[in-house]
Design a protein around this ligand. Structure first.
Ligand code: SAH
Length: 399
């Protein structure tokens, strides 16, 4: 495989085996034409970049029915309000703002509410339409790319803030994306993005961060290395608790702003944790195999004891766990979810029926897999009664 940034040859160090598309929820009649690929991971020693090998082309993933709405999570909605408040230090009253991957408009609606000139770039039609209709934000229903950026005349060299969350790792051609940023950002403009953090994933062995759409798991070292090539510079980073441990990266044109002491401190921590070394990836690989054996054993033992096991929240993430651990509709009765695009369908690869949350509440399972363990606090709060009545939550990561 080749590094998606520097194009140097790298050797995959970990394989999760045959995988379906993580958001490929399907109907029964589609079972026999389901698409699978080999999910392999490599690490580029030049760019310190943890990345997935040859993934299927994104237009298949982001389409008219993207089954994810940010506003389903109250916690994330509150997070985006705080994220918005924090960005104000980079803004003037007349600043222009672009969000990449604006989804249902949960983040941008804060900027719209404060009367900023804003634009969301969102390729998935259903969520883009929702954001226009419900949140009344300005959106372009297209991918963020160099070519598309060139068309945004009102924003060229004038955008003080380009922000993003949980989307940059979805963009296979980072070089092209950064060229797009470069023509849009103002002289002192900042690019701020958040993504699940490599350090957190290694620590928690949360390998479910890895799937077809999550092509990169970033660290400060990798972000630093990639953006340097294009005349940009990482000036700060802020750890976040979202999505099981994320990092917010702040980037601007080289020399335009001061590099924070905090960044230097975090970079040192990364060196101690060897996040810039293949050896830490190899340790992670061993931990993934161990985690799989333990989780599979746990599920099979519960099943042997005749326990009713279900799942909660049919997340894209859980696709990697269920398929890698070979846990399917033989062990799991159903997965409950609130997204209308998923209910009535089956989970990719493992063909577990997706049902409503109401169904979950009525069926009183003994054990429930937290398929979105990263949203556990919100889920525990919503489903207090389940625990009260003796139900048990289980997860492949320690929560
Ligand atoms: N930012 C939101 C949504 C994350 S899901 C949040 O954190 O909750 C990722 C979103 O990015 C999806 O809505 C998807 O359609 C969009 N996306 C994927 N590739 C993109 C690209 N190249 N340019 C812009 N948006 C993209």
């Amino acid at each position: 495989m080749l590094c998606k940034v520097c194009k140097k040859k790298i050797k995959p160090f970990l394989s999760f085996g045959k995988m379906p598309m993580a958001n490929g929820f399907l109907s029964k009649k589609e079972f026999n034409k389901e698409f699978f690929y080999k999910l392999e991971v490599g690490f580029c020693k030049s760019d310190f970049l943890f990345q997935v090998n040859d993934h299927p082309k994104s237009p298949h993933i982001f389409n008219n029915h993207y089954p994810f709405y940010t506003n389903k999570s109250k916690y994330m909605t509150a997070h985006f309000k705080k994220y918005f408040d924090w960005t104000k230090k980079y803004l003037r009253k007349d600043s222009k703002i672009i969000e990449i991957g604006s989804n249902d408009g949960t983040f941008l609606k804060n900027f719209k509410g404060a009367n900023y000139v804003h634009l969301g770039i969102e390729p998935s039609k259903n969520v883009a339409n929702y954001s226009k209709k419900i949140n009344k934000i300005n959106v372009k229903n297209e991918f963020f790319s160099f070519k598309n950026s060139k068309k945004l005349n009102n924003f060229k060299n004038k955008t003080d803030l380009i922000c993003a969350a949980n989307v940059i790792s979805h963009i296979p051609n980072l070089n092209d994306m950064i060229k797009g940023l470069s023509i849009l950002l103002s002289k002192k403009g900042v690019f701020v993005f958040e993504e699940p953090y490599l350090g957190s994933m290694f620590k928690k062995v949360s390998y479910d961060q890895i799937y077809d759409a999550h092509i990169f798991i970033f660290s400060l070292h990798s972000v630093n290395s990639i953006f340097k090539k294009f005349g940009f510079e990482l000036i700060n980073a802020l750890p976040q608790t979202t999505h099981g441990g994320s990092m917010r990266y702040v980037i601007c044109r080289k020399g335009e702003r001061k590099i924070s002491k905090n960044l230097k401190r975090l970079l040192k921590i990364e060196l101690k944790q060897k996040l810039n070394r293949l050896s830490s990836c190899i340790n992670f690989k061993k931990a993934c195999y161990k985690s799989r054996n333990n989780f599979r054993k746990k599920i099979l033992n519960l099943k042997r004891d005749d326990k009713k096991i279900v799942g909660y929240a049919a997340s894209a993430k859980s696709s990697t766990v269920l398929n890698f651990c070979k846990i399917n509709n033989k062990q799991i009765d159903f997965i409950a979810d609130s997204t209308k695009e998923k209910i009535g369908k089956f989970t990719p690869g493992t063909h577990i029926p997706v049902v409503s949350i109401k169904h979950f509440r009525e069926s009183k399972p003994d054990y429930t897999i937290l398929c979105s363990w990263n949203h556990r606090r919100e889920i525990f709060k919503k489903e207090k009664l389940y625990l009260k009545k003796g139900g048990k939550w289980i997860s492949h990561v320690k929560v």
